[in-house]
Design a binder for this molecule. Structure first.
Ligand code: BGC
Length: 729
């Protein structure tokens, strides 16, 4: 993968405009601000969508600072021409939601995270940015770095799952990738949006500040450190204060503690929503609260445009606050080189590039998670002569692209059936396709034909899950079972006695009920993008050995959520379902498949970890090694995951926390010494006031292939570390 990336990265270095020196940028910003009227300043803070309200005369008057939903070169070039007629000719910043692809669609971010291969996420982001930038786009509303522990929340699909460490690593990889490909980034949604009460999108979040700093903020911090140019504030009220008017979040933490000097945009019409939130009586008050809290740009409320100048004139908003917001916006524009580059060529072609397609295939191959594989049902046996493929999702060319597919073309997607057929043809294996039922499986008219196809085949590939329309924003689900009659269809297929390979297409874990007992093989394919079908064919036939791992704990039932591996221990630790211990009376508390889980066609063994540094100071690193062996006959990749627990501390600490991982490729029977160096400074936690503490004492460590790795070794941290807010590692 890195090999694939290298030429592209070099090209950026050679062709991209060199970033302007910081002083030069600041000088140009100040000089420009000095020439601007109040109205022109307010204009820079106004982000408008490509709709009727986007007026040419507003562009010429300098009333629009940024634009969303312009998505091709001719449209963008036309607006840039209008900018040339404005007094100061300040370039408009063109942004779009480029999350997992522009024309070429990569696996959705949650799937991309399942690769546990950040280099792939970086490569995908870079390739996506390259395609988007070729059409004149300059800014992406990505990465989405909201931690999410609740699959009812449909936007889990856009992020990195439940783990703060994984969230940090992937946030940084994506920011670097997008920027290398030529787009500014906007890490979103700041902050706590993924913890919506009840998994209901847009609902309030209540997160203690220490927990916010331990779990929810680190991915944002990582994005900022990786150079994210902008951040997007969230829709939700966080502990009672909407993020779009939250001075603690946007000024205290982001600016004062973290030193962020880019700008913050609101989310779509979020300033308007301050009225519904009940913290502003009207537009002027909403605009005032937002700008004073630290929101620099208003996306689609029109409140800054309508009210900000009056608020300044009335003395309710200091001129200096507006100037500072403008400074941040212009700084980003200068840094991006927008003032120094030519307008986009309206004839610029925007093809899906073969390079991007190759990356999409590479990511898809590593993102699929083999959840179960009884009797080595997969890969398909050599003697397999025919396969029945069942399910409407298997033939869909739009659904594999997932939500937020940008300008992805369904026609360019390899559907699951197509991918399987292509590969089967090479192997001389016959494929019969039967839909079974429609996308939501509302009827059973097609069951008979599906069962007939299954009976006539050696193996059955049943594709079920959730169509992409019920995943993503505003797609919270109260039920997480298979929709419609999909379960009945699977029962009918299992009833044929043929080996059924259940392929899930979904943006989150779905309840499987007793299916794991009746179905030998289960593969989570997520929404794997343009090349998903190709990758699926390769996985089923064994050309690709699955290596994806779950970035979220896989629930047994929706009643278990929120569900996360790194929860606190409780004074009544779980003992099976024993009453008066931490359990449900009617269900296990454990997940169906733990965080980090994913099988391979080969097997791996870990030795117990050896700690080279049994005693470390808080300023030193802990060194832990294991020998990882591929104990099978097939080459494969395993993700060695290192978990740490502090069993006795001044406050109850998580049962375990992931502190490092490495994806390791091994030939059959090959062994490798895997060494981790974890700074002891990373082992701490926050107090409510933001102080970061690493306590001296004994720590347990374990390394394994999922979050159930045994914590069998210990080391000692001999000194204390205490850092003020913002200074944590
Ligand atoms: C979403 C954002 C997105 C924005 C612009 C909002 O509804 O919450 O994630 O960037 O729309 O499309």
């Amino acid at each position: 993968m890195l090999r694939l990336l290298a030429p592209a990265a070099i090209a950026v270095l050679l062709l991209g405009s060199a970033p302007a020196a910081p002083d030069a940028v600041e000088r140009r910003v100040e000089a420009l601000i000095g020439r601007m009227t109040l109205d022109e300043k307010v204009g820079q803070l106004n982000l408008v969508s490509n709709e009727d309200i986007f007026r040419p005369e507003h562009v010429i008057a300098g009333r629009i600072g940024a634009a969303i939903n312009f998505n091709d070169a001719p449209e963008i070039a036309a607006v840039q021409k209008l900018v040339r007629q404005s007094r100061l000719k300040i370039p408009i910043l063109f942004g779009l939601d480029v999350l997992h692809g522009f024309r070429t669609v990569f696996p959705v971010p949650l799937a991309e995270t399942a690769t546990f291969n950040p280099a792939l996420a970086r490569a995908a982001s870079e390739a996506a940015a390259r395609e988007a930038a070729a059409s004149g786009l300059q800014w992406t509303y990505a990465p989405m770095v909201d931690l999410s522990r609740d699959p009812r929340w449909g936007r889990m699909v856009e992020g990195s799952g439940e783990d703060p460490y994984v969230g940090r690593i992937f946030a940084a990889a994506r920011v670097e990738g997008f920027r290398a490909g030529g787009l500014a980034t906007s890490a979103k949604h700041f902050a706590g949006y993924g913890a919506a009460e009840g998994g209901r999108d847009y609902d309030a979040t209540l997160i203690p500040r220490n927990e916010l700093r331990d779990a929810y903020l680190p991915p944002f911090r990582a994005a900022v450190r990786a150079g994210s140019d902008t951040l997007m504030s969230a829709f939700n009220a966080l502990n009672g204060v909407p993020s779009t008017a939250n001075p603690w979040l946007l000024t205290e933490v982001l600016r004062r503690e973290w030193g962020f000097d880019g700008f913050v945009t609101s989310d779509w019409a979020a300033m308007h929503e301050l009225i519904a939130h009940g913290i502003a009586k009207d537009g002027p008050e909403a605009a005032r609260k937002a700008i004073l809290a630290g929101v620099d740009m208003d996306m689609m409320s029109g409140f800054y445009d309508a009210h900000l100048a009056d608020e300044v004139k009335a003395g309710r908003v200091p001129q200096a606050v507006v100037d500072e917001a403008v400074r941040r916006v212009l700084r980003v524009k200068f840094r991006l080189g927008l003032f120094d580059r030519p307008d986009v060529d309206p004839g610029a072609p925007a093809p899906a590039t073969p390079e991007a397609r190759a990356v999409a295939r590479a990511v898809a191959r590593e993102s699929m998670v083999l959840l179960q594989n009884r009797d080595s049902t997969l890969p398909l046996k050599a003697g397999t002569r025919s396969i029945a493929v069942v399910g409407a999702l298997a033939a869909s060319k739009a659904d594999p692209m997932g939500p937020h597919a940008c300008r992805g073309e369904p026609d360019e997607t390899v559907s699951f059936v197509e991918g399987i057929e292509r590969r089967a043809k090479e192997a001389g294996v016959g494929v019969t396709y039967a839909q079974g039922c429609d996308l939501f499986c509302t009827g059973n008219d097609g069951f008979e034909a599906a069962v007939r196809a299954a009976r006539g085949a050696d193996a059955v590939v049943a594709v079920v899950g959730e169509p992409r329309d019920i995943s993503g924003e505003s797609a919270s689900r109260a039920y997480l079972g298979l929709t419609g009659r999909q379960r009945e269809l699977l029962d009918a297929l299992n009833g044929t006695g043929k080996p059924v390979i259940l392929v899930l297409m979904a943006g989150r874990p779905l309840e499987l009920g007793s299916l794991p007992q009746t179905t030998p093989a289960i593969l989570m394919a997520w929404y794997p993008g343009t090349e998903g079908g190709t990758a699926l064919g390769e996985v089923l036939f064994g050309d690709v050995n699955p290596s994806g791992k779950l970035p979220v704990s896989y629930l047994r039932t929706v009643g278990q959520v929120p569900l996360t591996y790194n929860r606190l221990p409780s004074g009544r630790p779980t003992i099976g379902r024993e009453r008066f211990t931490l359990t449900y009376i009617d269900e296990d508390v454990s997940p169906l498949f733990p965080f980090g889980w994913g099988l391979s066609y080969t097997t791996f063994a870990f030795t117990s970890p050896k700690v080279a540094t049994p005693r470390v100071e808080a300023s030193e690193s802990v060194e832990v090694s294991v020998t990882l062996t591929n104990t099978g006959d097939r080459a494969g990749q395993e993700v060695a995951q290192l978990y740490v627990r502090q069993p006795v501390a001044n406050r109850s600490r998580p049962m375990r926390e992931l502190k490092a991982f490495q994806k390791v490729a091994l030939e059959p029977h090959e062994s490798r010494l895997v060494t981790f160096r974890v700074p002891a400074a990373e082992l701490g936690y926050h107090l409510e006031d933001g102080t970061y503490v690493v306590e001296p004492g004994s720590y347990q460590v374990g390394v394994g292939g999922n979050a159930q790795a045994e914590l069998g070794s210990v080391f000692e941290v001999t000194t204390e570390l205490r850092l003020p807010p913002g200074r944590e590692p």
